[in-house]
Design a protein around this ligand. Structure first.
Ligand code: ADP
Ligand code: ASP
Ligand code: MG
Length: 441
């Protein structure tokens, strides 16, 4: 069985939705199709939710009206016949009645998460009815029947697998099973989600849960590029990546994949293929456990919104147990550390979740002098076994000779070198590395 995931832009226009029906039909065997919300929808729902939480009901209603109009136009173009126009109209009305019902009640975080789930719920229904109109046999399998996260917001892969396998096996007479990306239930059995961009993660969790042959992520670009195409002009697609390389790139900001996508696939060794909906002939990128070219630079990614914390303490010198106590502070606040460097009298580390920064700072104060730098960017340079090659660091630092580097991390794994720069130098750094490491200008 194959899992095919189509992102927001791949379902965002009626003609694109029709196109993905073709792509699904062209894939032999039984498959699970995971859909995102239409592009722009989740952003719109976030805006509506934020306004409702802030008590701005009129503003939320204005945005709801605009979103509803968008769907009205969408269904007019998606369906050909009168009877399916009526079905589309019924679906849109039902969703927007529900959204307004949520808005009218006591709107809290639980309601907010229910609101965010509507994007994927509506896109999958609209697609299912499109297949119905074309007399293509398919089933809708609600993700809320099987997709769950625990009290730490971590997906429960084994439970997902136990629920999903019998559900899929029960659908014997059908090759196309459609489900929602992104949405799930939490440990209170409420509707929740896998965080922004989470449909990729859904696809990978499903692929791992059913031990699929392959997980295909269909998006608006021809695979993972060697650098961020939103920032660097000349970038090129990479044909092969290892799970480790792809994982680093996703975690460190390559938006094409949700940061955790590779984890479940890697666990059960299910290949992940990245493909372009707009150019299906393009080879894309295949991500597997097999080693690809060793020793050369593969790609660069950048992650913004990083906070660097420096703890300077004369007592740290020779004090065993010091780092453990520092790490405990972060653990107690459920805040993970990305980069870390130490000297005899100081330790610098970075976090990307600054929700608990004030409490963390207060607790760290007892260890010494604390300095905090916000708006930093981690730039991650990836390639299998690059750290074992001669001259790699020289090449990286020659490229970055005009840029002040705040921290460096090398040696944690053999496949990446990370540097921390102020966000204002990100664009310059990515372009300089593109030229220095890949000869692309
Ligand atoms: P989808 O809606 O299909 O999930 P996303 O917008 O989440 O699509 O991801 C695709 C986008 O990721 C591309 O359009 C591209 O701008 C961006 N991107 C960032 N870094 C990379 C990279 N290294 N390779 C390819 N795309 C990247
Ligand atoms: N619709 C969700 C988002 O925009 C999930 C996704 O598209 O992957 O974040
Ligand atoms: Mg995405």
């Amino acid at each position: 069985m194959v899992v095919l995931k189509f992102g927001g832009t791949s379902v965002g226009k009626p003609e694109r939705m029709k196109k993905i029906a073709e792509l699904v039909l062209g894939t032999p065997g039984k498959k699970i199709v995971v859909l995102s919300a239409l592009s722009g929808t989740t952003n719109a729902l976030v805006a509506i939710g934020d306004n409702l939480l802030a008590g701005q009901k009129a503003k939320a209603e204005e945005e709801t009206v605009a979103l509803e109009k968008h769907y009205q136009t969408f269904i007019k173009e998606l369906y050909g016949s009168e009877s399916f126009h009526a079905i589309g109209q019924e679906i849109v009305s039902r969703f927007f009645i529900f959204i307004r019902m949520l808005a009218a009640g006591k709107f809290d975080n639980k309601g907010y998460r229910e609101l965010l789930a509507q994007g994927e719920l509506i896109s999958t229904e609209l697609f299912y009815q499109h297949l119905q109109e074309r007399k293509i046999s398919a089933r809708l399998l609600p993700a809320l029947y099987f997709m769950s996260i625990d009290e730490n917001d971590e997906p429960e892969l084994e439970k997902i697998s136990e629920r999903l396998k019998p559900l899929v096996n029960s659908l014997t007479n059908v090759d196309i099973i459609i489900t929602q990306g992104y949405i799930c239930r939490n440990n209170r059995n409420e509707i929740d989600n896998l965080k922004r961009g989470g449909s990729d993660y859904t696809a990978s969790l499903i692929g791992a849960a059913i031990r699929a042959q392959e997980i295909q992520i269909w998006t608006d670009i021809d695979g993972m590029h060697n650098n961020d195409p939103r920032i660097v002009k000349k970038t090129v697609p990479i044909s092969e990546l290892t799970f480790d390389e792809a994982s680093e790139l996703a975690y460190f900001g390559a938006k094409i994949l949700h940061p955790s996508t590779i984890v479940p696939a890697q666990k059960y060794n299910v290949p992940v293929r990245l493909k372009n909906t707009m150019d299906e002939k393009a080879p894309g990128t295949i991500i597997t456990g097999k080693g690809s070219s060793i020793g050369s630079f593969k790609a660069i990614a950048a992650k913004d919104g990083i906070t660097a914390i420096n703890i300077r303490s004369s007592r740290m010198l020779m004090a065993y147990g010091f780092l453990r106590r520092v790490f405990e502070v972060f653990e107690n606040h459920k805040t993970s550390i990305d980069m870390i460097t130490t000297s005899e009298v100081a330790v610098s580390l970075t976090i990307d979740n600054s929700t608990h920064l004030t409490s963390i700072e207060n607790e760290l104060n007892k260890f010494g002098t604390i300095e905090v730098d916000k708006d930093q960017t981690i730039i991650c340079i990836v390639g299998q076994k690059i750290t074992e090659q001669k001259g790699v660091l020289k090449q990286i630092f020659d490229s970055l000779s005009e840029i002040p580097v705040r921290m460096v991390s090398c040696g944690g794994s053999t496949n990446n070198v990370s540097v921390l720069v102020e966000k204002q130098y990100k664009e310059k750094a990515l372009n300089a590395l593109n030229e220095g490491l890949f000869g692309l200008k």
